[in-house]
Design a protein around this ligand. Structure first.
Ligand SMILES: CC(C)(COP(=O)(O)OP(=O)(O)OC[C@H]1O[C@@H](n2cnc3c(N)ncnc32)[C@H](O)[C@@H]1OP(=O)(O)O)[C@@H](O)C(=O)NCCC(=O)NCCS
Length: 179
């Protein structure tokens, strides 16, 4: 067992990882506000996402039931083999202890993501933690993290930094179970 394996094992026994239910929308909204870095969207947006895309969202709850971190994601309709991370966040007191990586790994293991060989996300150029997280995910899978221009500032109606696309993969997956 490598140190990373033991960290993941320890986190997976400390936290309860599960996909989202419609009733999780409010907690996701609170979590995103609490990270201090993520752009908080409307409460309606999180309720909608937890309802319609709950199978591709993952929550990490601490033993006392607090939401400590989450991945909010979906499959871009034109790329069904890709799992897109819209937002990933960890409460400040849990950051830097491996929970971000554990969240992405558990999220990839969700049944809804079983056939995804690519993970994408847009990451602002000044977000060092997020950039390091996706590069770390690529290393964990022995694969590449390609970065290319994507959302440029001129696309936004307000002052907004560029959001290059991080694309991790291809990721080796188990043999799909015949249905
Ligand atoms: C980005 C975030 C989810 C990472 O979660 P985390 O639990 O802190 O990350 P981990 O402990 O699993 O670390 C993963 C990698 O990121 C690196 N990292 C973590 N925090 C970092 C920081 N502040 N600066 C630079 N690298 C950092 C770790 O060193 C590790 O890389 P390494 O193994 O190469 O050393 C978390 O910092 C966060 O919630 N930030 C605020 C919200 C945000 O910016 N979300 C991303 C935009 S969608």
């Amino acid at each position: 067992m490598t140190p990373t394996d033991s960290t993941e094992t320890s986190l997976s026994t400390t936290f309860c990882f599960r996909s989202a239910q419609p009733s999780d929308g409010a907690a996701l909204w609170h979590l995103v506000r609490a990270t201090g870095t993520l752009e908080t969207n409307s409460a309606y947006f999180y309720v909608l996402f937890a309802t319609d895309f709950g199978a591709t969202c993952l929550l990490a709850e601490s033993p006392d039931g607090e939401l400590a971190g989450a991945v909010i994601g979906y499959h871009p309709p034109a790329h069904p083999d890709t799992a897109f991370v819209w937002q990933v966040g960890v409460l400040p007191r849990w950051q830097g202890q491996g929970l971000g990586l554990a969240l992405l790994q558990q999220w990839l293991a969700l049944p809804a993501n079983a056939r995804c060989r690519w993970v994408t996300a847009t990451v602002a150029e000044d977000n060092a933690a997020s950039q390091a997280l996706f590069r770390r995910l690529a290393r964990a899978h022995g694969t590449s993290c390609d970065v290319r221009p994507h959302f440029t500032p001129d696309l936004f109606p307000i002052d907004h930094p560029a959001e290059p696309l991080f694309r991790v993969g291809p990721i080796e997956r188990g043999t799909p179970v015949p249905v």
